[in-house]
Design a protein around this ligand. Structure first.
Ligand code: AMP
Length: 226
């Protein structure tokens, strides 16, 4: 899902991190506070599934199992999405890239449309905390707002504060899929940390210090020329 914040100017960022590291929550905060466009491949895919499109049908089974959707589908989807953005738009990519071929394809896409990458933020959270966060997570199927049953409950149990829809637990936030997603992350996505570190783009931030504090750490890193 792509949602536009108040201002159309800002940096081009990637949020890296394991499932449950807080990428979606952080990206929504940066959208609301900094006016960045939030582009979440997971939200886009869930919307495609809900609408019953061909892409949604192709992605559905992989997503339920906590496996990655094939690179070719994701790369085509993101090339189309990024090409829609004006050069001045600031954005935060949440959940993309997730594999080395996706990272290489993103480099090529950005070069083609003349966008510079300003920073790659790696949110670090240890495994037991990731599992606690994922298993308690509830999401809004309508506006994609994210909650946690203990640490970030909605005002009224089970109801989205933002739009009033009934919250759900994602199928892939159930135990078997969580274990799978964490394994997939280590095998496929963690190597991107080295990929971006080697390019001098990587900023690693403790993902447990709270959403506003992470945003401040990102700002400091960007001002420091990360
Ligand atoms: P997320 O909401 O980011 O946790 O994504 C949910 C699911 O969507 C993942 O477990 C994958 O099945 C799929 N997905 C999201 N982004 C990607 C991506 N960049 N590459 C492959 N699959 C993805």
């Amino acid at each position: 899902m792509e949602s536009q914040g108040a201002s159309a100017q800002g940096p081009h960022l990637i949020l890296l991190g394991a499932p449950g590291a807080g990428k979606g929550t952080q990206a929504a905060y940066l959208r609301d506070q900094w006016g960045l466009t939030h582009i979440s491949t997971g939200d886009i895919l869930r919307a495609e599934v809900a609408q019953g499109t061909a892409l949604g049908a192709a992605a559905h089974d992989y997503m339920q199992r906590g496996e990655l959707v094939p690179d070719a589908l994701i790369i085509r989807m993101m090339a189309e999405r990024l090409a829609l953005l004006g050069a001045a738009a600031g954005y935060v990519l949440d959940g993309f890239p997730r594999t080395a071929p996706q990272a290489e394809a993103l480099d090529a896409m950005l070069a083609r449309i003349g966008h510079r990458l300003d920073g790659v933020i790696n949110l670090e959270v240890e495994r037991t905390e990731l599992i606690r966060r994922l298993s308690g997570r509830r999401v809004c199927p309508n506006c994609s707002a994210i909650y946690h049953v203990e640490t970030m409950p909605p005002r009224d149990a089970g109801i989205c504060d933002a739009c009033g829809a009934a919250l759900i637990q994602r199928k892939d936030d159930q135990p078997a899929a969580i274990a799978n997603r964490l394994e997939v992350y280590v095998a496929a996505t963690q190597p991107l940390i080295d990929y971006y570190a080697a390019r001098g783009m990587l900023v690693t931030i403790d993902g447990t210090i709270g959403v506003p504090a992470v945003a401040e750490a990102i700002r400091a890193a960007l001002c420091g020329g990360a």
